[in-house]
Design a protein around this ligand. Structure first.
Ligand SMILES: [Fe+2]
Length: 302
């Protein structure tokens, strides 16, 4: 097993854009440091408003950076394309903010899978995102589209689906995994059911077993203060954190024989297979080619 401070050599992970900080939380000229894929990096906001980042062992080499959706994104290698698109976030009447950036002792794929899992709502988020005896995860659709994992028609009874919700409702979620370490969902907005709120978990992979989860929010809510919006997300995530930190192994096994899936894990099965097909090795326990083939067969039987 690799140690948690080993520098990443996985070309797939190195070519990704990684979220590092909410730009609104940066002070001009203040240099901050963090870990990204096991590398110590420095980053900051210049006086002219531009962003910069560099590895601490190569301070003169500027890393590729982007500013999107309120975050600084950094690539440690040669980026393939741009940061993924979030069409909803371009709409002018939305509140788009970082609800929290929270350190968790787990791997990024474990956090992505937890985010995809509705089955834990009544047990971990009782009174908010679920409540007993409404525990059933009804069947939903999972597809791979444009090299992303999508799960649609995910229905669940929620006593308080959002900070602005005033009573229980059946929520319909659409999940999207556009990046191995980023996941988001859209759900109908309590204030305008014809439109969608977006909640994302953009994960900074500090090491294979330690992350900083940036909780992206883009919602239709004219009434709640930033503090109320953030607090709701922080309560939800504080309920997930101990669950995540107690999962073993921390790295996500991609061999489908290692953890036996149930129907509610359909999106997780697709996610694991997708990671295998991408050839990702950082933060996972790779399966072999044969076992990937078996995953394909298993998925069809669900
Ligand atoms: Fe959760």
């Amino acid at each position: 097993m690799t140690t948690t401070v080993e520098e990443c050599t996985d070309p797939v992970a190195l070519s990704l854009w990684h979220p590092v900080v909410a730009v609104a939380e940066l002070n001009p000229q203040e240099i901050q440091t963090t870990l990204l894929l096991g590398y110590q990096i420095s980053y900051g906001l210049r006086n002219d408003g531009s962003l910069g980042a560099a590895r601490q062992d190569q301070p003169r080499v500027e890393l590729p950076v982007r500013s999107r959706y309120g975050y600084l994104w950094v690539c440690l290698g040669e980026p393939r394309g741009d940061v993924f698109d979030i069409p909803e976030a371009e709409e002018a009447d939305r509140r788009t903010l970082n609800a929290a950036s929270i350190m968790v002792n787990t791997s990024a794929p474990r956090a992505v899978e937890n985010f995809l899992d509705m089955g834990h709502f009544p047990f971990v988020h009782g009174g908010f995102l679920g409540v007993e005896p409404h525990t059933e995860v009804v069947d939903y659709e999972v597809t791979i589209e444009n090299s992303e994992v999508w799960a649609r028609q995910c229905l669940f009874y929620q006593p308080q689906a959002a900070a602005s919700a005033s009573g229980g409702q059946i929520s319909e979620y659409t999940y999207r995994v556009p990046h191995p370490y980023c996941v988001m969902l859209t759900k109908s907005s309590p204030t305008d059911p014809s439109r969608q709120d977006v909640i994302g978990l953009f994960i900074q992979v500090m090491t294979q077993e330690r992350i900083r989860a940036h909780n992206f929010l883009s919602v239709l809510d004219e009434d709640s203060s930033d503090t109320v919006l953030k607090r709701f997300q922080q309560i939800i995530f504080s309920q997930d954190k101990p669950i995540l930190e107690n999962q073993y192994p921390k790295l996500l096994p991609l061999d489908p024989r290692v953890e036996v899936p149930i129907r509610a894990d359909k999106s997780a099965i697709a996610y694991r297979r997708w990671l295998s097909e991408l050839g990702l090795t950082y933060s996972v326990i790779p399966g072999d080619q044969n076992s990937t083939g078996q995953a394909t067969t298993g998925q069809r039987s669900l």
